[in-house]
Design a protein around this ligand. Structure first.
Ligand code: FE2
Length: 187
């Protein structure tokens, strides 16, 4: 079973565009980067783009059950028949495991698997180089923006450092690959 990028876009639009327009702008920009990259990824390209569209659906007020968006999003997608890889990629996107520990839902996130592939790194790259309103941000600026937006006491900020090595590693592997395929200046 697969998830077409156009179907993923429609699903995300219904869940986010009206209720969370700023988050929707972020998602549109993340998916735009994923679409550019997808052309160079052969059979995994559509999977990357489709996952980029739905990666933040867990923020939608209608399905925020635990309040931890990677988990709420992954469970929603699983329950609505999304392919397992999409579900797993959403559950673990952008070092979600580190936040899950801080948020107290690590056991629940363990329902899913972190596939640790190039595709996963590239999804993290698209997300972690895009600001909350869709602007293009360097990775370090994006991390600083998260820290500032949530404040020092929020679990997201506390989790930033716990996941930082893994985030940096994913960004750096992505950059090597993007340079090799000539996309480094475009995304
Ligand atoms: Fe995101």
């Amino acid at each position: 079973m697969s998830l077409e990028p156009s179907d993923a876009e429609q699903q995300a639009r219904q869940l986010l565009a009206e209720s969370l327009p700023r988050r929707w702008s972020h998602v549109v920009a993340v998916a735009g980067k994923a679409r550019l990259i997808a052309r160079e990824l052969s059979e995994d390209g559509e999977l990357l783009e489709a996952t980029a569209w739905v990666h933040d659906v867990g923020y939608a007020p209608d399905l925020a059950i635990t309040g931890f968006h990677p988990l709420d999003g992954a469970r929603y997608l699983r329950d609505h028949g999304a392919p397992q890889r999409v579900v797993d990629l959403v559950a673990f996107h952008s070092s979600a495991w580190a936040e899950a520990e801080e948020f107290g839902v690590a056991d629940e996130l363990a329902e899913f698997d972190d596939e640790q592939t190039l595709l996963r790194d590239l999804l993290w790259y698209c997300d972690m180089t895009t600001g909350p309103d869709g602007t293009n941000l360097g990775f370090e600026d994006r991390m600083a923006e998260v820290r500032e937006r949530y404040g020092p006491d929020h679990y997201v900020t506390r989790a930033l450092d716990a996941g930082m090595d893994e985030r940096r590693a994913a960004i750096s592997r992505s950059r090597v690959w993007l340079t090799a395929v000539g996309l480094a200046d475009q995304v």
